[in-house]
Write a protein that binds this ligand. Sequence first.
Ligand code: 5RP
Length: 225
Amino acid sequence: MSDPSKETLKLHAAQAALQFVVPGAILGVGSGSTVNVFVSLLEPIRSTIPGAVAASKSTEAALRTAGIPILDLNAVESIPVYVDGADEIDPDFSLIKGGGAALTREKIIATASDTFVCIVDASKRVKQLGTFPLPIEVVPMAINSITRSIARMGGIATVRAGVVTDNGNLILDVRGLSFVDTALLESELNQLPGVVTNGIFAKRRADICICAGVDGVTVERRPAT
Ligand code: 5RP
C-alpha cells in the first residue's frame, strides 16, 4: 500500500484535535492548510461551539462557512483551547510559525489561550529549529534597517514577495541565524525597532503535539522541562 498523502496526514491530525474542543467554550483557531482541514471538521459540532477567535481573515472566512460565530479577542474572557499548525516543531515543542504570514495574531491568541494544541504532519518535527526560513513581520518603513540588523546577527533576510499581512505589514524570511538558544533569539529579534513579531514560539510553546505520520497519529503532552 502506498504512503498516505500530505492531505491525508493533515486530515488525520485535524481529526485527532477534535477531542480537545471543549463543548460550550470559545475556541481559538490558528491559520494555514492544516487548520483549514480542522475547521472543515467543525461544521457537524458547530452547535457546541459558541464562537471562535481566529488568527487570520482566511480562517475567519472558513469558520463562517462552517457556521461558527467569529469573536474579537477583546470580547472574550478566556480561551481554553487554541488549535494551530506549525512549520517546525522541536522536541521541547518550541515552534517556527508564520509560513502563512499570520504569525502575529497566532502568537497573540496562543499566548491568551490555556492550552495550545499543535497539529502537524511528521515532516514538521525537527531535532532543532531553523531549517525553515524564519518569518518576521515588520513595519514597512523598517524593512531595510531590520535587514541590516539581521545581517549583523549573521542572517540573510528576504522580503516575501507580494505578501501584506492582515495587519498591513511585510514579512521577512530569514536564513542563517543560530538557533542554539531559541528563546534568546526570539527576544533579541523582538528588540529590533519595527519588528512586530517573529515566528519563533519558544516563550509560548505548544502544550500538546498531534503528529500524523505514515505509522499513525501520536498525541503527546509537552515534556516537563
Ligand atoms: C501560518 C502558520 C501555519 O500554522 C504554518 O505555516 C503551517 O501551515 P500549514 O498547515 O499550511 O503547513 O504559521 O502563519
